[in-house]
Ligand binder design. Structure first.
Ligand SMILES: Cc1ncc(COP(=O)(O)O)c(C=O)c1O
Length: 497
């Protein structure tokens, strides 16, 4: 698949080749950073990041673990940021970083774009951030998304991707009368009880989902990425266990494509959903307005039953979530009475809510962000920067003869140095679970060290292995980043060290 104007992906990765490389990587011992180089990197934090260190130490007295955002748990200690602008972040000690975290994905236009900021300021000066009643930008945003997405006829804003994933299950159960929900193993669909299943490592099931009684998962199952037979097995089994209401998937694969899928895999999933009367839920929290103006569904040419939005839907402003989809399913969300007549059939309402959901501030920020993404061809631009970054990393990996793997889905870039997220658990060998989880934890520690090294070189990544490029990136910024990555790669040891 090549040459797709408007989309972030110009050439879909060769999934088999990428998987071969990743499988080889996880069979190899860990290659870490040389001891003396790591000491130098750690020295950066001690000498250049003192204000951050002091603030986090104080925060430890008031905030569990010292930080409140999971992505902010950086080794050796979290840095305190004071400014995000375009492609850069600035910390409290005055250090500047190339920002490939992009707040975890919402800022496809780059951070704090002035055009959106000015509109937000105007709104704050006139209306204020919240009224609790209807605001015109709710309509504007809903209309724009409905006009842009093939699978969206009705749109309902919520506060987060987590909430929207929860709503999807409720709608699907009301609509189909089926009980089970099925997700792709390893995927993250927010932290709600019933979806905190099969996290990070496919086959993990409820292992490690602490604080959730096992019976919450009675109607949740997982299938394996890129393994259509495993989905078929689950769906077939569910026929005698209350049926399947919904199948969730991130169209590019779990964890934003950390486990890449074959191009035609989403289509195969859709065919099975149709066969077994389950709704296909595309979780486009990351891919929405990033892979293209009409998201992954536009790119893959698939109309899902329901679409989950988050992140970009509020342009980096708070309350980023929405459940959207075809009218025949979304109608279960309609406000008003709990049940209503539709011909002979009673339609039960899928109850959702949220005090701040669809507030004027988020709706306006979302509207102007989406409009700007479309008008400025931001997805394609950000994708081109992702391609440049990935190709550059691949060249460096080759130059230094490293076992690392770099690949991308447009502006979603992966740099796997230890393959922490690439393990899976064979369902028939469940006794392997503790060993595999131990190994992934060890590899994760090294991934954190890599993240610390990149950060000391002036690059912020997502947990040391994922990077989002944005339309604010330029060729010069990417080339500068590659020079910084090269300095880290020059310091890779033969073993763990
Ligand atoms: C694919 C996916 N789904 C759902 C969520 C949850 O969204 P939120 O953090 O807004 O609750 C995330 C968050 O990272 C995500 O990446």
């Amino acid at each position: 698949m090549s040459n797709r104007p408007g989309y972030a992906i110009q050439e879909y990765h060769d999934t088999r080749k990428v998987m071969e490389q990743l499988n080889a990587l996880i069979k190899m011992p860990i290659r870490g950073i040389k001891k003396e180089a790591m000491e130098k990197y750690l020295d950066y934090y001690e000498t250049k990041c003192q204000k951050s260190k002091e603030m986090i130490q104080e925060a430890m007295n008031y905030i569990p673990g010292g930080v409140q955002h999971n992505l902010a748990f950086n080794y050796p200690f979290p840095l305190v940021m004071t400014k995000a602008e375009g492609a850069y972040l600035y910390d409290i000690d005055g250090n500047k970083y190339i920002d490939f975290l992009q707040a975890g994905g919402p800022t496809v236009l780059g951070s704090n774009p002035p055009k959106i900021r000015e509109k937000v300021k105007e709104l704050l000066d006139t209306c204020g951030p919240v009224t609790g009643l209807f605001h015109e930008y709710e309509l504007k945003l809903a209309k724009l998304v409905c006009d842009t997405y093939p699978g969206v006829e009705f749109f309902r804003a919520l506060n987060s991707g987590t909430e929207a994933c929860m709503a999807a299950a409720r709608i699907a159960r009301c609509a189909t009368g089926h009980k089970n929900i099925v997700k792709m193993g390893g995927a993250y669909h927010g932290w709600s009880d019933q979806l905190s299943y099969g996290l990070r490592v496919p086959g993990r099931r409820s292992f490690g989902s602490h604080g959730i009684p096992k019976n919450i998962f009675k109607y949740t199952q997982e299938f394996f990425p890129n393994d259509i037979k495993s989905l078929k097995r689950v769906l077939r089994r569910n026929v005698l266990r209350g049926g399947t209401a919904a199948v969730y998937m991130e169209p590019v694969g779990p964890e934003s494509g950390t486990r890449p899928l074959d191009y035609d895999f989403p289509k195969k999933v859709q065919e099975l959903c149709k066969k077994y009367g389950a709704l296909l839920i595309f979780d486009e929290v990351v891919t929405g307005f990033r892979l293209g103006p009409d998201g992954a569904q536009g790119y893959f040419g698939i109309v899902p039953d329901l679409t989950v939005f988050g992140k970009v839907i509020a342009g980096g402003y708070p309350s980023a979530g929405a459940i959207a989809g075809l009218k025949k399913w979304q109608k279960y969300l309609a406000g008003g009475l709990d049940t209503k007549k539709e011909g002979e059939k009673k339609v039960h309402k899928a109850h959702v809510g949220g005090t701040l959901a669809a507030n004027p501030l988020s709706s306006l920020a979302g509207y102007y962000t989406v409009k700007e993404i479309i008008d400025s061809n931001a997805c394609e631009k950000a994708g081109a920067m992702g391609d440049r970054l990935t190709k550059g990393l691949q060249a460096l990996i080759k130059k230094y003869n490293l076992p690392f793997v770099a690949y991308n889905q447009g502006s979603i870039c992966h740099l796997e140095t230890v393959g922490t997220m690439l393990f899976s658990i064979n369902l028939l060998k469940f006794w392997q679970i503790p060993r595999i989880l131990k190994e992934t934890t060890e590899r994760q520690k090294m991934m954190q060290k890599m993240g610390a090294a990149y950060m000391a070189e002036g690059i912020v990544t997502l947990a040391g292995s994922r990077m989002y490029t944005s339309a604010a990136d330029t060729e010069e910024i990417i080339d500068d980043a590659l020079a910084r990555f090269e300095r880290v790669f020059q310091n890779i040891a033969e073993g763990e060290e």
